[in-house]
Design a protein around this ligand. Structure first.
Ligand code: ADP
Length: 581
């Protein structure tokens, strides 16, 4: 522009110079000699060439100007940022492609609209104020605007300055606004989402009945949820920035939290803790989790804690424990009562049996003898029942101590199997037994109680089987071979694994869970008598021996009872004594 005007000025000067020359040389043509005319012609020629040269220069300058204009227009049109020129009323005077795209219109259609037309109502109000402000300040003004775009709302940042159109040129004139627009839709969306999430978390903390707090590394409150401020009876402002000590909390609480903060600072691991706050109606118990919070660079930043009132839970737990204690005491008292009652009944029953036997020895008449036999039989079954009750009661009252003595297991089982075989053969059942070779001859334990377990299970198998077979197998659990006890300070236990299988009536599925309960008589037919105490006693004895008993059964096809028992290996003397077997 300045180049152009200086060129014009120079041209004007040239013209004036030429005119002056013409006047000063304004010769009286008629009075001129032929020589003069020749000189004048030559001068004119020189002037013409000069002018042509100047024209040439001018054309070149114009071409360069056009080129620069096109380059700037291109830069303007295709800039990645939107540019607009607005008049004072906000009418769009000029727009580049980026601005047109953002406003959702063809570039050529923009000129027919104002910037207001492309904004939502609230942004329109703010733009109005902003333009006034830009006019007044003459500086840069920035705002964020919402553009209700057909393909979904968009957000733009507008930077506006007021300027004078064609400033510095001859056409210098009205005031306009230059406006840069950038698309910030994604940023605004991300900010909104962040704010939404922050709010959601804040709502959680604000409405939680748990006490949620955040501390700095020195234990000063950075945040305290409303439940915390309520409990401490203070406003949040009074709490924030202060430590437990500064708030005058109970020394116990301070100490517990000091330890927690120390743990977090040194270990950087979450931890759980319990504390209580003394109160007029007794203490309130809290259970808390304390968690370290790290900055994005992995530095320990702050400490978060969530504490819950567990007083009710604690009370219930205590009540439950007391109820359990009471129930256990009552049950033990009942068992003790039964044990002593059974004992009291046994003495007169023995009298009845003894006297019946004496009466039988008096050679009574046949009928009386029959009656006396029946009395004796009845008395004997009653004694059996009483013995079972006494046994179970004693076990339940914790008054049964197992014996620890060496005994010959194979010998015991051998004679037991012979006795039981009689009963099986009596019912024409096949009776098979097997003792695995790994089972040691001698072991240490309670021989009588182990026999009782086998008698109960084999007795039941024979009792509840009408045809087929009863088989007994004795082995070791997990095939663990017993070790040579000699020289070992803590000998490995001998874990027996025994099973009693029959092809009898079986047990219905719904009864399988309860047959080990006292007085449960399963679903057997009326022809089998019994008290339902045998399996209850068996189970408790097995458990006293550190084992477990299980049953598998199919109705009409038979049952298998399996139990384990942990016994000690026999001591050296007995074992070597028995090694001759
Ligand atoms: P009971 O004196 O009645 O035999 P137990 O405690 O020994 O008492 O057994 C409880 C119940 O379990 C029995 O009444 C019976 O119904 C069932 N039961 C036990 N062993 C067997 C078995 N081998 N086959 C079928 N049912 C059995």
């Amino acid at each position: 522009m300045t180049k152009l005007s200086s060129q014009a000025a120079r041209n004007g000067e040239l013209r004036r110079k030429a005119e002056r020359k013409m006047v000063s040389h304004s010769p009286d043509i008629e009075a001129m000699s032929g020589e003069d005319v020749k000189v004048l012609g030559h001068e004119l020629q020189v002037h013409r060439i000069e002018l042509e040269l100047q024209n040439e220069e001018l054309r070149e300058a114009l071409d360069k100007l056009e080129e620069a204009k096109a380059r700037y227009a291109n830069l303007y049109d295709f800039a990645p940022v939107g540019y607009l020129s607005l008049d004072r009323k906000g009418r769009i005077l000029q727009a580049n492609f980026a601005a047109a795209t953002l406003l959702g219109l063809e570039k050529d259609h923009l000129a027919a609209s104002t910037l207001y037309d492309h904004l939502d109502a609230e942004s329109q109000d703010r733009l109005y104020i902003l333009l006034r402000k830009a006019l007044r300040s003459g500086g840069r003004e920035i705002m964020e605007a919402v553009l209700p775009h057909p393909g979904g709302e968009r957000s733009a940042e507008l930077t506006i300055v007021s300027a004078v159109e064609g400033a510095g040129t001859v056409e210098e004139g009205r005031k306009v606004f230059r406006c840069a627009l950038s698309d910030v839709t994604e940023r605004v969306r991300a900010e909104r989402e962040l704010a939404r999430q922050k709010q959601a978390y804040a709502r959680l903390a604000e409405n939680s009945p748990d006490m949620i707090c955040r501390y700095d590394l020195e234990g000063r409150f950075l945040y305290a949820s409303p439940s915390t401020t309520r409990l401490l009876g203070r406003q949040a402002e009074e709490i924030l920035g202060r430590t437990h000590a500064q708030l005058g909390l109970h020394p116990d609480i301070r100490e517990t939290w000091e330890r927690a903060f120390l743990h977090i600072r040194s270990r950087r691991q979450p931890m759980e803790l319990e504390f209580r706050i003394p109160g007029a109606d007794g203490p309130t118990f809290y259970s808390a989790i304390v968690v370290p919070e790290f900055s994005e660079f992995g530095q320990l930043d702050s400490i978060l804690s969530i504490a819950r009132d567990v007083s009710r839970h604690k009370r219930l737990e205590e009540e439950l424990r007391q109820a359990g204690d009471r129930a256990e005491k009552a049950s033990r008292a009942k068992s003790e009562f039964l044990a002593s009652m059974s004992h009291e009944i046994r003495t007169p029953m023995n009298g009845v049996i003894g006297l019946t036997e004496l009466a039988l020895m008096q050679e009574p008449k046949a009928k009386i003898r029959d009656y006396l036999h029946m009395v004796k039989q009845s008395a004997n079954s009653l004694l059996d029942i009483i013995n079972d009750i006494l046994d179970l009661s004693k076990i339940e009252a914790g008054r049964v101590e197992l014996e620890h003595a060496d005994f010959d297991l194979r010998d015991m089982l051998g004679s037991l199997f012979e006795t039981m075989r009689l009963g099986a053969e009596h019912k024409a059942l096949s009776f098979t037994t097997a003792i695995d070779p790994g089972v040691p001859d001698w072991i240490n334990g309670d021989e009588g109680r182990l026999r009782q377990i086998f008698v109960n299970l084999i007795g039941n198998a024979i009792k509840y089987t009408e045809a087929g077979q009863v088989s007994v197998r004795v082995g070791l659990e997990n095939d663990r071979k017993p070790q040579d006890a000699g020289g070992h300070d803590t000998p490995e236990p001998v874990c027996l694994l025994a099973s009693v299988r029959d092809t009898g009536i079986g047990i219905p599925k719904d009864k399988l869970g309860s047959i080990f309960e006292p007085f449960d008589t399963g679903a057997r037919s009326a022809k089998h008598d019994g008290t339902g105490l045998g399996l209850a006693i068996t189970k408790r004895l097995v458990e006293l021996m550190g084992g477990r008993i299980t049953v598998q059964s199919e109705l009409g096809r038979g049952s298998t009872f399996t139990f384990t028992a942990a016994l000690e290996p026999a001591n050296e003397a007995a074992a070597s004594e028995g090694s001759g077997h």
